[in-house]
Design a protein around this ligand. Structure first.
Ligand SMILES: O=P(O)(O)O[C@H]1[C@H](O)[C@@H](O)[C@H](O)[C@H](O)[C@@H]1O
Ligand SMILES: [Mg+2]
Ligand SMILES: [Mg+2]
Length: 283
């Protein structure tokens, strides 16, 4: 049977690689980046985020004019965040913008692709590591062409967990984040790490470098591509309440094994940010 989406995935890989060149070029350009803010004073965006997203979307439209898009910076500029059954490109042009602004070396271009609301492929390009993570539904996950396999560890006390502080800094949210961190650290676990980008955290789960990653506050574009890379590497995805993963819920647990995911969920002080598919406030 002809593989309908391989051509689209090949385009996603070349678009992500080109986007990575634009990111590296911007880092080499010593003219000061204009840094803007979105939902909070620490939720950063730059002209490079916006430029990269436009480049990716334009290149896709030329080849796949009927496809739909959910792009982080397009949504921020007012485009609807609507996931339909249509072939949809779910794009985070720079995942790890704070890292980009500070040249902290974990910066990803994340491109997920869904049809009938099911991920068909995911591409995450770690620009400074030159690592191209890819997954095609039912066909495994890879990094630069090498197969990926999650960790075999089933004891959370022998695990490293990835977590992030996010960009919401109100006292109530910060308290909940620290309650979870304290509980997880005190299990104890071997360590807690954070790359500063959800997409790369998920690729670290898929690579077997960390046993699990969790976060509350992310968006669908942060995790769409990484979710397929994790599951195709043999991993498990849950919501932070222990239910099935829901890419629009703004909550994610990605783990190597269900036993690790479910043990982790017991320690997470979960809460519910406004969903990505919630009706706009002014309706
Ligand atoms: O805004 P970008 O695209 O950099 O995405 C990151 C979020 O900004 C962080 O709050 C969040 O904690 C994650 O790091 C996420 O990847
Ligand atoms: Mg992001
Ligand atoms: Mg981003």
């Amino acid at each position: 049977m002809a593989d309908l989406w391989q051509n689209a995935m090949d385009h996603a890989v070349s678009a992500a690689r080109h986007a990575g060149e634009v990111v590296r070029e911007a880092l080499r350009d010593d003219r000061k980046q204009t840094v803007m803010t979105k939902s909070s004073s620490v939720d950063l965006v730059t002209q490079t985020d916006q430029k990269v997203e436009k480049l990716i979307i334009q290149s896709v439209k030329e080849k796949f004019p009927t496809h739909s898009f959910i792009g982080e910076e397009s949504v921020s500029a007012g485009e609807p965040l609507l996931l339909t059954d249509a072939p949809t490109w779910i794009i985070d042009p720079i995942d790890g913008t704070t890292n980009f602004v500070h040249t902290f070396p974990f910066i990803a271009v994340s491109i997920g692709f869904s049809v009938n609301k099911q991920m068909e492929f995911g591409v995450v390009y770690s620009c400074l590591e030159d690592k191209m993570y890819t997954a095609r539904r039912g066909r495994g996950a890879f990094c630069n062409g090498e197969p990926l396999q999650v960790s075999h560890q089933e004891d959370i006390n022998q695990s490293i967990i990835a977590a992030e502080f996010g960009s919401t800094r109100d006292a109530e949210t910060v308290d909940k984040i620290f309650i979870s961190l304290r509980r997880v650290l005190s299990l104890p676990v071997h360590g807690i790490r954070g790359a500063g980008t959800a997409a790369i955290n998920m690729c670290l789960v898929a690579s077997g470098c960390v046993e699990a990653y969790y976060e509350i506050g992310i968006h669908v574009w942060d995790v769409a591509a990484g979710s397929l890379i994790v599951s195709e590497a043999g991993g498990v995805l849950l919501d932070t309440d222990g239910g099935p993963a829901d890419l629009m819920s703004r909550r994610i647990v990605a783990a190597n094994r269900r036993i690790i995911a479910e043990r982790l969920v017991k320690e997470i002080e979960t809460f519910s940010p406004i969903r990505d598919d919630a009706a706009p406030a002014n309706q």
